[in-house]
Design a protein around this ligand. Structure first.
Ligand code: ZN
Length: 269
């Protein structure tokens, strides 16, 4: 197991346990268009409209819940035409890794042009003391890179890539049809609103805060019906999702409990 995979599945769960920081949606249908599959602490989003099926992120490498989860929401992973990665971390891109069966076998994969540097290990994911953490995910050639602001049409879906660097340097949010905003690991959400995503795994939290402020100015939140996060569920109050983005929650503060309704340990259930 690579260092970053060990971190993601052994160290992070221990550090996050009992803090209410991770609260993905349970597998199921969320809106008329959007369903999700939960894998431990993360959600894969599956969107269907007319004949088009797209996905946001691919979850963990070889997670046993993927196929049953897709079955539960009535969407076959091989029916996904286009899969949009928010970033290349193992909990988001692992499901496309070449060392396991890629269930999204017919999907055209998209990711940010800067984010590719993690796949090629041109960038280290994070420096921890003397160790430069390398990304552990390898995805097959044939993916397409998206520039900031670029739009992709898939059937009736219009997907716009929005560069929001901070968690990673090439992290993308996706605005679908101008009404559904997928924020990946940029925003942490609780009942009080949206906050800068937790610092531990951000490449640069200050940059993430500035990027979120720029995103708030850039898009018309009046037209956004839903804001989805990868680790904290979603809200139909787009303005509230940006209400505390300048604040970085301090996971290490004494008695810190971000969301009292979150599972104690997402990896144990
Ligand atoms: Zn994540």
């Amino acid at each position: 197991m690579s260092l970053i995979d060990y971190f993601a599945t052994h160290i992070v769960p221990r550090m996050y346990r009992g803090k209410g920081a991770l609260h993905p949606c349970e597998t199921g249908r969320l809106t008329d268009v959007v369903s999700c599959v939960r894998e431990y602490d993360v959600n894969i989003f599956l969107l269907r409209k007319g004949k088009a099926t797209i996905a946001i992120d691919a979850g963990y490498k070889g997670h046993p819940g993927l196929v049953p989860g897709c079955e539960a929401v009535g969407i076959k992973p091989e029916s996904v035409e286009a899969l949009f990665l928010t970033h290349a971390d193992p909990d988001h891109a692992g499901g496309l890794d070449v060392r396991q069966e890629n269930r999204f076998s017919h999907a055209q994969v998209y990711l940010g042009e800067i984010e590719e540097n993690y796949l090629t290990n041109t960038y280290h994911r994070k420096q921890i003391g003397p160790f430069g953490l390398k990304n552990s995910v390898t995805i097959a050639d044939g993916y397409r890179l998206l520039a900031d602001g670029e739009e992709v049409q898939v059937g009736e879906f219009t997907v716009q890539a929005l560069l929001v660097p901070g968690h990673t340097l090439g992290h993308l949010c996706y605005l679908v049809d101008g009404t559904m905003l997928f924020t990946g690991d940029a925003i942490a959400l609780n009942k009080d609103g949206g906050w800068c995503f937790f610092g531990m795994f951000n490449y640069d939290s200050d940059l993430n805060r500035r990027s979120l402020e720029a995103l708030r100015r850039r898009i018309d939140l009046n037209g956004v019906e839903y804001v989805f996060t990868s680790h904290n569920g979603y809200t139909d109050d787009a303005k509230k999702a940006f209400s505390h983005i300048e604040v970085l929650p301090d996971l290490n503060a004494k008695g810190f409990l971000f969301d009292e309704t979150a599972p104690y340990d997402c990896f144990a259930e």
